[in-house]
Design a protein around this ligand. Structure first.
Ligand code: IMP
Length: 459
């Protein structure tokens, strides 16, 4: 099977037929991955969520409707796309059912033919949510989304969580016993929740989801053999990765490209291209180091222009300047082949654009974020370039013909530092507000890695 798949892959690759691409956040989450995945999913057959759960907030806007997805892959918004939720995700079945109902109310059809969920996904319960809230209120807390993510993955690592597959098999009484056991193992007060009520709600949601539960690893392999293009949709961002982020101020899953394989069961060789999504400035929600954080007044301006409020919690996001040492780290850890710059239109409003190009630390200069730097102590060095808003406003732009000169300089400066191409810009919240500089899916000759397109070809 392995060899056959590989031969197929190479043949298809040469014929320009398939594309297996990971799209991950290169910052602290909220980079705009939702609209980017939605845009590129018009060229794909399958979109896969591989980690996280209801903590994500992916916003996509089209036909004057703003959809906010938390658990479901953005592929559910396209008619002919199969959406897959992989083994590495943690799911609250009640919330997943509510999300399906929410989309159905907009007239979108979600069926087991369009959405499949791995039986290996972790089953997140109300007990986990209560535990998360308790930790946030009784300790200093990380500023989590309070969706129960850490406690559910904690139970998974302790090998005592239920999976979706096992949960579905349980009778009402068995499920109630499992919830009671979870409650006893947690520090949540038995008075805080009614075991009977939450079991009833969960039992009904599990019955509802049962037809959606399939062996996703096997389906994905078959899809690859049969020439389908697949996007793996990251949630959160590189600096929230449990292993490679700003630990302990991180989420509890593998948000980086390596997580695609461990969380879905797809062999690493099949991930042909990895694209990083980078907001043209930086934001962070919750506690944790943030070297390029702006002063409060400037943060307010960016927050207002960029509507920087959490899609899941509504919390105001911390705002900072674009941090190239951080992106450089994300390029290395994810093996990024290119980046997509989002919210470029927000920078239309500024006469000058400030970009962090290195950190000073311990009398040395670093051009890459990460260990061994103490990120609370690094001193960012900034470069300033002239803005482009007076020449041309990019908001809503879809063609590259009129790219302002200073925007090209901005792109060039980024590329000179991180040494990978900017392949597209997002210029607004609507589905089509994207300027493609390089055609990601034009696979007729070479992969993105090998194409080495010149500036003239792209601009
Ligand atoms: P948790 O994932 O809810 O446990 O939260 C852990 C950290 O990750 C907190 O700082 C959250 O604000 C952050 N976080 C989790 N999900 C997202 C997201 O989708 N966007 C941005 N930050 C997130």
């Amino acid at each position: 099977m392995g060899r056959k798949t590989e031969e197929n892959r190479i043949n298809n690759f040469i014929r320009g037929k398939i594309m297996i691409v990971g799209i991950v956040g290169a910052q602290f989450g909220d980079e705009g991955k939702g609209s980017v995945v939605d845009y590129y999913s018009k060229n794909t057959n399958v979109v896969v969520r591989f980690q996280g759960g209801g903590n994500a907030g992916h916003t996509v806007k089209f036909d004057n409707i703003k959809y906010v997805l938390h658990n479901l892959p953005c592929g559910v918004l396209r008619e002919n796309v199969l959406s897959v939720i992989g083994a590495g995700c943690t799911l609250n079945p009640v919330e997943v059912q509510n999300e399906i109902d929410y989309l159905t109310r907009f007239g979108l059809e979600i069926s087991p033919e369009k959405l499949i969920i791995s039986p290996r996904a972790t089953l997140l319960t109300e007990v986990h949510k209560e535990q998360d809230k308790l930790l946030e209120t009784t300790t200093e807390g990380l500023g989590t989304t309070r969706k129960g993510i850490g406690p559910s993955y904690g139970d998974k690592i302790l090998r005592r969580a239920l999976t979706l597959g096992t949960g579905i098999e349980l009778s009402f009484e068995e499920l109630e016993a499992a919830i009671s056991k979870q409650l006893t193992e947690s520090k949540v007060s038995p008075e805080a929740i009614s075991t009977k009520d939450i079991t009833a709600e969960l039992f009904a949601a599990l019955k509802f989801l049962s037809p959606y539960v399939k062996d996703t690893g096997q389906v994905l392999t078959e899809k690859m053999i049969n020439n389908n293009s697949i996007i793996f949709e990251g949630a959160q961002g590189t600096f929230l990765d449990i292993n490679h982020g700003t630990y302990p101020f991180v989420t509890s899953s593998s948000t980086v490209a390596g997580g695609i394989c461990t969380s879905t069961g797809i062999p690493p060789i099949y991930i042909e291209t990895v694209i990083g999504v980078v907001k043209a400035y930086s934001t962070r929600v919750g506690r944790g180091p943030f070297p390029t954080e702006m002063d409060n007044k400037t943060q307010e301006i960016y927050r207002d222009l960029g509507q920087e409020y959490g899609a899941t919690t509504g919390r105001p996001r911390r705002c900072g300047y674009l941090d190239l040492p951080a992106i450089q780290y994300a390029v290395r850890v994810n093996g990024l082949d290119g980046i997509i710059l989002t919210k470029v239109d927000i920078l239309d409003s500024f006469n000058e654009i400030t970009i962090c190009t290195s950190y000073d630390y311990d009398s040395d200069t670093f051009t890459e974020h990460g260990i061994p730097l103490d990120l609370d102590k690094v001193k960012p060095s900034y470069e300033t370039i002239e803005g482009w808003g007076n020449e041309f406003k990019t908001a809503g732009m879809t063609e590259k013909a009129n790219l302002p000169v200073n925007l090209k300089k901005f792109i060039k400066l980024i590329e000179d530092h991180i040494q990978v191409p900017v392949i597209a810009l997002s210029t607004g919240p609507n589905r089509e507000d994207i300027v493609e500089l390089t055609n990601l899916f034009d696979y007729s000759l070479f992969s993105l890695k090998e194409r080495k397109e010149t500036e003239e070809m792209r601009f």
